[in-house]
Design a protein around this ligand. Structure first.
Ligand code: ADP
Ligand code: MG
Length: 535
């Protein structure tokens, strides 16, 4: 059951994750410490990008005034009939294929009964035993630089994907003690993706969701805006002893930010571990997440299995598809060809990472960051259209320096004040040795803050060009050495300190020239002067 989505703004940082939770028994130190293994399975509801609802032509625009997008079908007027939206089927098939699922040639719709004010019909049309797709698999890299030294790959099986309608929203007006109902969301097309229990902590769940979002947005299947409720996560969490069957799980409903998913999972693992630790029993229940307190709270227990009175939806015929890639296929008039949808699938994020690692010779971590956002990848590829550019330099300037500026101003790469073309010119200035990194940073900042001159003009106006004239540098080095007799003495008397002394001298050259002295040349000169015998 979909519950009202509460907007959450969470500003906390990622928590450290623990792969296992030890059972510490303070009063009996002799008791052997047991290790609890957490297991997590996600059920993800994704709102399909569609102009109209799943069973009617009523529009689905987000943010419309309450109850302005409700037709007779959504309001469950007697005699109204559902008509399945073909576009939604197409998107579900595309998603299923991208997630390695088997698309079922025949799928069926069922009624699932609940009694809630935001569900006027008293049931939700969904799929249960005959979903549109089954048995898939999603692979992803788990990497959060605050937690992991390097990325690792993890995969989780997909049990099924089902098509269904969303419910309306109940809005609780606590001041006036009443509940208001907005049916705009009723009948919005949803895909529910059910994952097998195969995750071990919040970070893995976050990585799965991020990869899923990348895939779905690339397919144009959904905008995946969690803050608008377009993607909502139910997390099932349990802990058990190694080698034992899975423990009793709890289900945390309607998580609408990745941070909320991480926090809710971490909290539940701790909570369940503590209960078992003190000899208690985990109750099979549905919980919600309080984003302010960062804890889960019980909503209703599931110890008595709820009877949803599932029954076939009599007003929708079985959904039949065909696949012209299969030998001996039979075309079905008015239906969809799976082969056509298969052919329309674009390059998926995993393939993109492989491709950019091969073409640009960049490491996995950078490929992960570049593909983490469609806009970032386009930006990078546009800069790299000039194949003479050094990809390592471009990655460093883009992923460290430019992203830092964007982060500071809370700006998205899509609205970056520096265009890829201008960014490329900045790269060229450093790559050619015209400016040193320190001045590249100043240049970036200047352009970021709106200077409308070209990078070359700004460099010229500020005299930021690197000094590479040997005579000028020779004089500079002589002066630094004469002003730092103590350092020079240290260099000659203590061989262990040579590197540090050299760094100090280099820093002095940097300061004296405001970062303009070409480091490689300066180092050469210092070396020649300090070690004349080695030249
Ligand atoms: P139900 O019939 O109650 O919906 P399912 O077997 O369909 O239960 O599982 C629903 C979700 O719960 C799936 O995402 C699955 O991965 C997850 N799940 C099932 N058992 C466990 C468990 N012991 N621990 C964690 N997650 C679980
Ligand atoms: Mg289920």
């Amino acid at each position: 059951m979909k519950l009202p989505v509460t907007c959450q703004v969470m500003r906390s940082f990622w928590s450290m994750t623990h792969r296992s939770y030890s059972l510490a028994v303070k009063t009996k130190p002799s008791v052997k410490r047991k290790v609890w293994q957490p297991v997590i399975g996600l059920e993800i509801h994704v709102q399909i990008s569609s102009e109209s609802k799943i069973f009617s032509r009523i529009p689905t625009k987000y943010g419309a005034p309450p109850n302005s997008q409700v037709g007779v079908f959504e309001a469950a007027h007697p005699g109204t009939l559902p008509v399945l939206n073909k576009k939604c089927v197409e998107i579900a098939v595309k998603t299923a294929l991208a997630l390695g699922c088997t698309v079922n040639k025949v799928s069926r719709f069922d009624r699932k009964h609940y009694f809630y004010p935001d569900l006027p019909a008293g049931y939700q049309i969904t799929q249960l035993d005959h979903p549109i797709a089954s048995r898939g698999h999603l692979e992803f890299h788990v990497y959060n630089s605050a937690v992991h030294k390097k990325p690792y790959r993890h995969g989780v099986d997909i049990v099924q994907i089902q098509l269904e309608e969303d419910s309306g929203k109940s809005l609780h007006d606590s001041e006036n003690h009443r509940c208001l109902v907005d049916l705009n969301r009723a009948g919005q097309p949803l895909m529910e993706i059910v994952f097998a229990p195969g995750l071990h902590n919040g970070e893995e769940a976050a990585a799965l969701i991020k990869e899923l979002i990348l895939i779905l947005t690339r397919l144009g299947a959904s905008n995946c805006l969690m803050e608008e409720g377009s993607l909502r996560v139910d997390a099932n969490i349990s802990v058990h002893q190694k080698g034992e069957p899975f423990g009793t799980r709890t289900e945390v409903k309607n998580l609408n930010s990745i941070r909320a998913v991480v926090k809710a999972i971490e909290f539940e693992i701790e909570r369940q571990t503590e209960i078992l630790n003190s000899g208690g029993r985990v109750v099979n229940e549905t919980r919600s997440f309080d984003a302010d307190k960062k804890e889960t709270v019980s909503m209703r227990d599931k110890e008595v299995v709820q009877d949803y009175r599932f029954m076939p939806e009599p007003n929708l015929p079985p959904l039949r598809l065909y696949d012209s890639d299969e030998p001996g296929y039979k075309k079905i008039e008015g239906s969809l060809d799976i082969a056509t949808i298969r052919a329309s699938i674009p390059e998926l994020p995993d393939a993109t990472r492989e491709r950019i690692m091969t073409i640009y010779k960049i490491p996995l971590v950078q490929a992960i960051t570049l593909t983490s956002h469609e806009g970032l990848l386009h930006y990078f590829e546009e800069v790299m259209e000039d194949t003479s550019r050094n990809s390592t330099l471009v990655c460093n300037l883009l992923l460290i320096d430019l992203l830092a500026l964007l982060y500071e101003k809370d700006l998205h790469i899509n609205v970056c004040p520096i265009t890829p073309k201008v960014f490329g010119e900045i790269v060229d200035l450093q790559q050619s040795g015209t400016i040193a990194h320190q001045n590249t940073l100043r240049l970036l900042k200047e352009l970021f803050e709106g200077n409308e001159c070209s990078p070359a003009e700004i460099v010229e106006a500020n005299k930021w060009q690197t000094i590479s004239d040997p005579d000028v540098l020779e004089e500079l080095c002589n002066q630094i050495l004469s002003e730092n007799e103590k350092l020079v003495k240290k260099y000659h008397t203590n061989s262990k300190k040579k590197v540090r002394v050299m760094n100090n001298l280099m820093a002095a050259a940097r300061v004296a020239t405001d970062g303009r002295a070409k480091p490689a040349l300066v180092k050469q000169i210092f070396h020649r002067k300090l070690e004349p015998s080695k030249e």
